[in-house]
Design a protein around this ligand. Sequence first.
Ligand SMILES: NCc1[nH]cc(CCC(=O)O)c1CC(=O)O
Length: 310
Amino acid sequence: MRKIVIGSRRSNLAMTQTEWVIEQLKKHTKDYEFEVKKIVTKGDKILDVTLSKVGGKGLFVKEIEQAMFDHEIDMAVHSMKDMPSQLPEGLEIACVPEREDHRDAFISNDHVQLDDLKEGAVVGTSSLRRGAQILAYRPDLKIHWIRGNIETRLRKLKEENFDAIILAAAGLKRMGWSTELITQYLEPEVSLPAVGQGALAIECRESDDDLKELLSNINDEYTATTVSAERKFLSMLEGSCSVPIAAYAIREGDQITLTGLVSSSDGKTVLKTQSTSNDPIQAGEEVANELIKQGAKDLVEEAKKELGEQ
Ligand SMILES: NCc1[nH]cc(CCC(=O)O)c1CC(=O)O
């Protein structure tokens, strides 16, 4: 009997996601045992600055990937949206289970709806993407940065000077938190989600054929296809963790429709477009190329310059 060692970040969300994957895998096999090994990543240690300033996405996965190369662990369960678009040689996303809710969740004190927040109200988020889209929708609001895990942010909403915060609905649902906590779901028309939001990425060594076969049992075709369109879009806008970027794809029949967005942090310039194709990669390329034509790379360059100056 082979033992599969799974690396996980230590946060409650990461552990819950890892335990969920183990439960799913156990439905398909009795030939494996599973062990979870907690790994602290740089992203878990740096909590006082916005992610874009400390190096963006790779932060939550690097140490975990190293442990895979070192055979200390065999696989890892990540939030898809924390995954860089390029994986290191030798590792792969072996499966993508069914996506949880893709939407952002708006949570306010006293359950005041976004449209009803008083002028100048303060919304807490650590995401450039959420901040920019909220400002595009309600330019009068103030965005204040808030970091920490889900529990910390909910506590800060009550204890600090925030009128509302925005979190991924998926995280709250996975953790089994009451959805009554959520004042309002923000549909993609208001807040287009992060690439891969609500989906998981299960990563392992490319050479581990037995494990890959086991993992294929919990792959969800629909999620894998739509997320691949979103990630192709992301990969074509390099350096984009310094700029608000969002994408969400759906599939109807064999047609994939991808919506992509790149904007300035203040929400004043928003580039957004949509493309439909039966090939997710083509949809990703078309949306990226159209936004590049509209000036997306200039927005990325401007944002990088601003970050450098701070
Ligand atoms: N960046 C942190 C992170 N990574 C994944 C989730 C939530 C779950 C998901 O989107 O899959 C969160 C928290 C949040 O954005 O509120």
